[in-house]
Write a protein of this length. Structure first.
Length: 192
């Protein structure tokens, strides 16, 4: 079927917070730490700037481009800002405020697929799909679980973005809880 997600597809990820008002996963500003490329937050638009909210789905287990993405697969998400915005990655501890509600790690993009073992690998879990054949499809709601240290947590939107400039909306971190409230860890797939 045409709406099945395949490796090599370019997607936008819309956050489910407050009735799908959580914004789109986005890169913003250059990161200051070695090995990292950009900070990650959500933005009001999937196209805040060219490529900042566009992610290429890449297999982390050797599946070829064009193969279907299945619920439970291990993936990398490569940002397409300026042609190479880096790979979605966990870095450092979540802020102290985020930790009070289960926050584990901050999120940024890195120059390499795996800056440190597992930090750039994500298990993608669809809540459901039609038909129920394990394929992930456009419009499906997914959770993304990071594999750093065998338990990097679930990707979520968490509190207002630090600078709240340039169209950024909510900070992004990982959390020990798959959806601690308000659908903050729900991400809807849209093809770019």
């Amino acid at each position: 079927m045409a709406n099945e997600l395949k490796y090599g597809d370019q997607i936008h990820l819309q956050n489910g917070y407050n009735g799908w008002q959580g914004g789109y996963l986005d890169t913003i500003n250059n990161h200051t730490l070695a090995g990292l490329k950009h900070y990650v937050a959500t933005a009001n638009s999937a196209t805040r700037a060219k490529g900042t909210g566009t992610w290429e789905i890449v297999s982390a287990s050797g599946k070829a481009a064009g193969q279907p993405v299945l619920s439970g697969d291990l993936v990398h998400l490569r940002n397409l800002y300026a042609g190479d915005g880096g790979y979605l990655d966990t870095v450092n501890q979540a802020t102290s405020t985020q930790q009070t509600v289960g926050g584990k790690y901050g999120v940024a993009t890195a120059q390499s697929q795996d800056r440190t073992p597992g930090s750039g690998r994500w298990r993608i879990f669809a809540q459901t799909s039609t038909p129920g054949d394990q394929n992930v499809r456009e419009g499906d709601v997914v959770h993304l679980w990071n594999t750093y240290d065998d338990n990097g947590g679930f990707l979520e939107a968490n509190q207002n973005a630090a600078g709240n400039t340039n169209g950024d909306k909510l900070d992004v971190c990982t959390n020990a809880y798959f959806n601690r409230g308000g659908n903050v860890a729900d991400w809807k797939i849209q093809k770019a």
